[in-house]
Design a protein around this ligand. Structure first.
Ligand code: UDP
Length: 410
């Protein structure tokens, strides 16, 4: 089944003061040629994770510039998401693929979703592998079909990749976040488009230090306490356990330092709970480690407040498709430490807009440098913000999508 997601209103005009003028002009001119086009986005969840985050901004902005845009999510029983999580992990390189029963569940629910498609569209944009097979079961229905892969598929499990390839090839275009993610063997055109964040969302809008302090204080973080932070799902690839190890090393030099791990629980991520429990166990009884989720009322504004308030922002992933949290952190003009993987190095230029690390030891060393050198760290944070302004804000992503749809229309 497919269920529509309702999104609020956004206006491109509001972004004019944040991004370059010529980008807004370019968007308007591309949109002119696509006026009234019916566009459908399909993904697996309207809550949690980067894809939902992007669609909440992209969909209303596409509407604002004149495209008749809809967003639907594939609805299926829990066993479907358990299988697709295996698939997601396998595409990121895990050895375990899908067994026959899981493949059958996957195919069945894609077929059911395809049958409920209805409507008629000029473009259907399918995000990630969960709803990938809808194109196969629905036929082309007179639309141009785009598969948008958000994950790091640079070293996929070959069984899973080969199983999916015949379903990817009928798409008119497949989009990946980085050159090295483009799956080999796709017979149809591919393109690389980097994701982006919404600078005007409650998660990224400017918050005064006082407001950020006020919000974070409600979770027990006192002003002036050095604060390390990682915002991310409870997922082994995000390495929250490695972040805890790094924090412990920092604490040997900075006794008052605290660590906040904030992770929303996504509805399509059944693995999340068991890894959450592992993280809590790893933290032990250290009351200076705060582990919070959306179930503790940590929503977008709170994420913003934590990022605006923290001294050291971390995304210590060991695999990362792009890592929106990195751009979100840099946008707060904060020095950010990221794993040297996937899309993180395009956001963090080591030593300029933050630091790239591949061990907890290195992460701790960089965190200590940031705490020891607040002025240099501030300058680094400002450079990071400008890097994000130039490359990773939604208007650029909107422009890339409009250019893609324009090309497909020819
Ligand atoms: N996020 C959130 N609350 C949390 C944890 C994550 O709102 O407690 C958001 C985060 O701010 C980001 C998205 O979820 O916008 C995660 O996207 P990212 O690309 O970093 O990783 P993904 O979860 O898609 O692998």
């Amino acid at each position: 089944m497919l269920q529509e997601v309702h999104v609020g209103h956004k206006s491109l005009a509001d972004y004019q003061s944040v991004v370059a003028r010529n980008l807004v002009d370019e968007i308007k001119s591309l949109a002119e040629g696509l006026k009234g086009a019916r566009v459908l986005h399909i993904n697996a969840t309207s809550f949690g994770g980067g894809v939902a985050e992007i669609l909440y901004t992209l969909v209303p902005l596409m509407r604002d510039v004149g495209l008749d845009t809809e967003w639907r999510v594939i609805m299926a029983p829990q066993e479907f998401y358990e299988g697709t999580k295996y698939m997601h992990n396998a595409l990121q390189g895990n050895a375990t693929g899908l067994d026959a029963a899981q493949r059958e569940i996957y195919e069945t629910h894609n077929r059911i979703a395809a049958e409920s498609l209805g409507g008629s569209f000029d473009f259907v944009i399918v995000h990630d592998p969960q709803p990938l097979l809808i194109r196969h079961f629905a036929g082309d229905q007179g639309a141009k079909w785009v598969w948008r892969c958000h994950i790091d598929t640079s070293t996929p499990n070959q069984d899973v990749a080969e199983y999916l390839l015949p379903y990817i090839t009928p798409y008119d275009m497949s989009i990946f976040s980085m050159d090295q993610y483009v799956l080999s063997g796709i017979q149809s055109p591919t393109r690389v488009i980097l994701p982006a964040i919404d600078p005007l969302s409650t998660k990224n809008m400017a918050l005064s230090p006082e407001d950020a302090d006020y919000v974070v204080n409600q979770f027990g973080v006192e002003p002036y306490t050095p604060l390390m932070l990682q915002i991310s799902r409870f997922d082994p690839w995000k390495d929250p356990l490695g972040v805890i190890d790094a924090y412990r090393m920092v604490k040997e030099s900075f006794a008052t330092v605290r660590l906040a791990l904030v992770g929303s629980m996504a509805t399509d991520d059944p693995e999340g709970w068991s890894f959450f429990t592992k993280t809590v166990e790893h933290a032990g009884d250290d009351s200076d480690i705060l582990i919070l989720t959306n179930l503790n009322n940590v929503g977008n504004l709170e994420v913003n407040a934590f990022q605006s308030r923290a001294d050291v922002l971390i995304q210590k992933s060991t695999r990362e498709g792009f890592g929106l949290t990195v751009s979100e952190a840099l946008w707060k003009a904060k020095p950010t430490i990221g794993g040297d993987v996937g899309g993180i190095p395009v956001q963090i230029q080591d030593g300029e807009t933050g630091f790239l690390v591949d061990t907890s030891e290195k992460c701790a060393e960089r965190a200590k440098w940031i705490l020891d050198n607040p002025d240099e760290a501030k300058a680094m944070g400002r450079a990071g913000k400008e890097h994000v302004r130039a490359h990773f804000l939604t208007p650029r992503l909107l422009r890339d999508y409009l250019a893609l749809l324009t090309d497909l229309k020819q």
